[in-house]
Design a protein around this ligand. Structure first.
Ligand code: HEM
Ligand SMILES: Nc1nc2c(c(=O)[nH]1)N[C@H]1C(S)=C(S)[C@@H](COP(=O)(O)O)O[C@H]1N2
Ligand SMILES: [Mo]
Length: 429
């Protein structure tokens, strides 16, 4: 039973994980790619869409929530095969040695993915190097071992499930529970002690554990009154009230945004097609204002309900420097000087969506400083981390152009990998 649940659940985790990776558009520009050595592991990458606008909220919410909910199932599954993990002598034949190595990758890989995932959503970056890179390569190692394991064990699982009647099993108490018949794989004890728990009890205990985790986790992605039930969420359950009363990832103070950065001296620089325009906030407000109802959905799995943003369309800002019609992608930079997420690349399909805004206001009020005042990017289905706050510069054009600027050490240009930032060892958020 536990094997079947993990077979389905881990497959969903893998697929949503691959989508999570694709949503960063790592093939777009070096600045978006923290895994430049990925080679053919990026074979499936595609332009991350902007439709439906809640896509990333769903895929990442499922990835993280399901991962948390499967923890009791994974632990129970490991418990059920404990004798195999410690069988002695460790190596009896070549084929048995190979099987044990594959089990090491399977068990080690599963534990590694779950532990890194949970540490990341708890903002506990204790790994050497970047969480993102470790979790990405770890996923491929683990999935390789997982596929081999399924190939060898699928028929055993189907046979075991078919050997018992569901209803009868759920009615059997511990007193009448009998041990498994002897098997040829060595999992069943040759001399079992009397049972201390029924199969029904084992399933129920694990199910109750998973349900409890679901109840204290899912609220951070569903929102509304349920946000208060997200007891395990590190960001707190009460994001405050008023138009700006929704979850803040990092405050302006936390990333070193100074009063002068967002004061009357603030300017937006728009570059592209060999031109440059510099705009004050009043000039931006004088341009046609558009609105869009879009959520913030963070890679850590939490998200907000739809917020009502208004501001200038990214495509209309491209038009200001002469890039009308089908504008190219854009490199977005912020007033932030150090740390992660102070810049991001957006793809042409993201710039062209009429709901993609440089937002100036939210829910009918000025943006608060913590939500990115004077201006922030908001793009449908975009991972929160690419919705840059405190924007100061937009460079439209092929990613190569912005990349060249970065390489030339242009002032304010972002350095590449997040992992290189000393204050961002985890490089995820
Ligand atoms: C078998 C288990 C798992 C597999 C195969 C898996 C796979 C993946 C993959 C391929 C990615 C995209 C690459 C990356 O961002 O590193 C990813 C991202 C992520 N996963 Fe998992 N994952 C698993 C379990 C978990 C668990 C249990 C959690 C947390 C409870 C978790 C949390 C995350 C987070 C937060 C990200 C986004 C990382 C970022 O973009 O910075 N994962 N996962
Ligand atoms: N300049 C800058 N922009 C940023 C960040 C940041 O740290 N610096 N954090 C990003 C992340 S990870 C998320 S989830 C969203 C959160 O937006 P909010 O704090 O307005 O909810 O902002 C993004 N924009
Ligand atoms: Mo985030």
């Amino acid at each position: 039973m536990f094997g079947l649940i993990l077979l389905v659940g881990i497959t969903v985790l893998f697929v949503t994980g691959l989508l999570s990776y694709a949503s960063y558009n790592p093939d777009l520009a070096p600045g978006n790619d923290q895994t430049p050595q990925k080679g053919w592991l990026g074979f499936y990458l595609f332009s991350w869409p902007t439709h439906p606008y809640w896509l990333y909220r769903l895929t990442q919410g499922v990835h993280v929530t399901l991962g948390v909910v499967l923890i009791p199932v994974l632990l129970a599954k490991l418990w059920s095969v404990v004798p195999k993990l410690f069988s002695w002598p460790p190596v009896r034949s070549v084929s048995q040695a190979l099987e044990r190595i594959s089990l090491l990758l399977l068990v080690g890989g599963a534990l590694f993915e779950f532990v890194t995932g949970v540490l990341n959503i708890q903002l506990h970056y204790i790994f050497p190097g970047s969480f993102y890179t470790l979790h990405f390569y770890g996923a491929w190692v683990f999935i390789g071992a997982f596929v081999v394991h399924i190939a060898f064990r699928l028929t055993t699982m189907a046979g075991a499930l078919g050997s018992r009647g569901w209803r009868a099993e759920l009615r059997t108490p511990a007193a009448r529970t009998e041990s498994e018949p002897p098997d040829d794989t060595g999992l069943v004890s040759p001399d079992p002690a009397p049972p201390t728990m029924s199969r029904r009890g084992a399933l129920g205990t694990v199910g109750a554990g998973s349900l409890a985790l679901l109840l204290v986790t899912a609220g951070q992605s569903i929102g509304g009154p349920l946000r208060r039930t997200a007891l395990l969420a590190p960001h707190g359950q009460e994001p405050g009230s008023g138009p700006n009363g929704f979850q803040i990832n990092k405050t302006a103070a936390a990333v070193g945004i100074r009063a002068a950065d967002t004061g009357p001296g603030w300017r937006l620089v728009v570059r592209g097609g060999g031109r440059e325009r510099v705009l004050t906030r009043a000039q931006l407000l004088a341009l046609p204002q558009h609105s869009a109802a879009l959520p913030i959905a963070c890679v850590e799995g939490w998200s907000t309900e739809d917020q009502h943003w208004s501001g200038v369309r990214l495509s209309e800002l491209a038009a200001l420097v002469g890039l009308q019609g089908s504008p190219p992608g854009v490199f977005v930079e912020s007033a932030q000087r150090a740390g992660s997420f102070r810049s991001a690349h957006l793809r042409d399909n993201q710039v062209r969506d009429p709901r993609s805004l440089l937002a100036l206001r939210v829910n009918g009020a000025e943006l608060s400083r913590d939500h990115g005042y004077p201006a922030r990017v908001i793009v449908p289905a975009n991972p929160g981390v690419h919705n840059t706050k405190w924007v100061t510069r937009l460079t439209f054009g092929a990613p190569g152009a912005a990349g060249a600027a970065e390489a030339a050490g242009m002032p304010g240009a972002a350095r590449l990998p997040e992992a290189a930032a000393p204050d961002a060892p985890g490089a995820a958020s």
